[in-house]
Design a protein around this ligand. Sequence first.
Ligand code: GTP
Ligand code: MG
Length: 477
Amino acid sequence: MNEDQDQSTIFAPSSAPGRAGVAVLRISGPQAGGALAALTRGPLPAPRQASLRILRDPGSGERIDRALVLWFPGPQSFTGEDVAELHLHGGRAVIGAALASLATLPGLCPAEAGQFTRRAFDHGKLDLTAAEGLADLIDAETEAQRRQALRQMEGGLARLTEGWAARLLRVSAHYEAAIDFAEEELPEALDRQALESAAAVAAEIEAALRDGRRGERLRDGLTAVILGPPNAGKSSLLNALAQREAAIVSAMAGTTRDLIEVHLDLGGYPVTLVDTAGLRQTEEDGAAGPISDGTAMGDAHWRIEQEGMARARRRAAAADLKLLVIDLEAERSLDPDFLALIDDQSLVVLNKADAVSADRVAEVRSAVETEGAARGAGCFVISAQSGQGLTALLGGLIQQARDCFEGGTGGSEITRARHRQALEDCAAALRRAAAAALPELVAEEIRLAVRALGRITGRVDVEDLLDIVFREFCIGK
Ligand SMILES: Nc1nc2c(ncn2[C@@H]2O[C@H](COP(=O)(O)OP(=O)(O)OP(=O)(O)O)[C@@H](O)[C@H]2O)c(=O)[nH]1
Ligand SMILES: [Mg+2]
């Protein structure tokens, strides 16, 4: 994506590959109008109005398709350049023929990934945060992700950072004046006002940074790991929540050895649910547990199980949420080591309620609640087999996801590490400004702070960033 390519006219399908009712091809650049005229063998249609045309190969005259075509003369187009759109019938051969015909026209070349949006950015049609919002919107799989992406595409983060930048620019102007007119003693009240204003911006940025990385996490989704002793019904629970047989269930303890992930949309929040190998007390714990029987095979099984448990623990340590499954049927349901895992990031799940008496449920529940409530964990009684209690558990999971992604204060505008880094750089410069003695130094730090904010929207100093941002797009966007 260099300068001279900017003169080229690019084309690509903008709709997803594969069969569909309609496929959209987009052409952008100085030759877009010429290409459209060549394919339709006629004058350009009225701008921004759909027109039905026969498309023909410009060389052979062979009919390609009967299609709706649209003509968007620049700068009133997505990229800011002349753009033509072909709404073809969405068959592979139709798309293939149209692309082949376009490739024969002089000055036309297939678009690179993200090149349409890159050109829109280069022509000032959108800033970097809007481009990222657009990429996220295209990738959004759940409602919460869609809302966040749309907010960003419509300028949520850009307005915030530009507001801060505008306030800092006023502070900066004050200091530049103080330097330029050093002789003339600016009123001290103005100095104080400028410092207070910079401090207020710094405080707002620092508050925005204390968001628990909600925005970044919403893009990736929340990870909930199911943990529990062997045979507690962890895989049964995963299957019940996923509504499919994703994991093998059996009465044999130690069925699940590796991590099994399913991606769920829980109430609009993206959640990755992970099933794990049962945590069995081991020799090292000093407790009885199946160990190798000394045969090579037994030894291998033992090692596999150890590795499975290690993976379960590692995954749980990195997770946002733990579902701690307790087997109501097991005699030693309440293993103290396992109960020690309860924290405010966990939900305790008492499983197999269908198989035991109400008294037994009450007994285990009260024991767990004494432990759990103190540590802020919810407790749910379920049967993964009959489905009893699953709706309430789902409600608990959705509540946890909402807390994780929206906290008490709604979503965060910071959706990428790149934004966070720039805001941290800005806050650091403001801290240095507050500590600086000479007006020249204050002015320099404020300049750096404004520059850091400018990197977020791409208004300044971003050449190196552009490739990183636009690489995330795929062809046709
Ligand atoms: N009665 C009853 N049985 C259940 C329930 N949930 C699971 N089970 C049974 O418990 C046994 C173990 O279930 P799994 O889901 O494989 O247990 P797990 O925790 O994944 O076991 P490992 O993978 O070996 O650690 C199976 O025989 C299930 O049918 C339940 O709610 N009620
Ligand atoms: Mg299992």
